[in-house]
Design a protein around this ligand. Structure first.
Ligand code: SAM
Length: 170
């Protein structure tokens, strides 16, 4: 989710020795990337985008594979920290909803720490048994950016549309 211009997707592709089915969704238009199954230009907060992704996964025979949702969303930065941080957390929460939609076994998301961060962590913990916080060395020490890595999905059979976590609008 929010994968343009494609650095993380290429790493995901390479880490799986090109065996993993990588789908990239971003609101920005980008050129094709070799061995990425599909690049979907769309807003992740719109259900129509997620339906497109689902159709594409079906077309490529990916729906019965283990799903990992990797979200690196940053909103358009307005310069107002409170607004930008809240928007970023909201995008991460939408990504969590998407991870729930696809019953993803693992969920990784960037977060800007601040207001609503602990609530988001709580929601992730409700879905996953193992939740770790990781600050990559490449991320500036003073920046509030960090990554949450969640593994071991608790409930394997939640309904696809779970209103509690899926906050999508069209
Ligand atoms: C930090 S960049 C991602 C970089 C990417 N991980 C990579 O390795 O190339 C953040 C991305 O979030 C995307 N984004 C922000 N809001 C979005 C939304 N509502 N739907 C889809 N993408 C969104 C931006 O277009 C931008 O490309």
């Amino acid at each position: 989710m929010c994968g343009a211009p494609g650095g993380f997707s290429q790493i995901a592709r390479d880490k799986t020795n090109k065996k993993g089915h990588v789908f990239l969704v971003d609101i920005a238009r980008i050129k094709s990337i070799p061995d990425i199954k599909e690049i979907i230009k769309g807003d992740i907060t719109k259900i129509s985008t997620i339906i497109l992704l689902q159709e594409s996964m079906k077309k490529h025979g990916s729906l019965d594979k283990e799903v990992i949702v990797l979200a690196d969303c940053s909103p358009n930065i307005s310069g107002n920290w409170i607004t930008d941080q809240a928007r970023q957390i909201w995008l991460s929460e939408v990504a969590l909803g998407i991870s729930n939609f696809f019953l993803a076994e693992k969920f990784v998301t960037k977060v800007f720490q601040g207001e609503f961060y602990l609530e988001l962590l709580q929601k992730i913990r409700e879905i996953y048994n193992q939740v770790k916080i990781h600050k990559p060395e490449t991320s500036r020490k003073r920046s509030s950016e960090t990554y949450v890595i969640a593994k071991e999905r608790k409930n394997k059979e939640l309904p696809l549309f779970n209103k509690k976590f899926l906050i999508l609008e069209d």
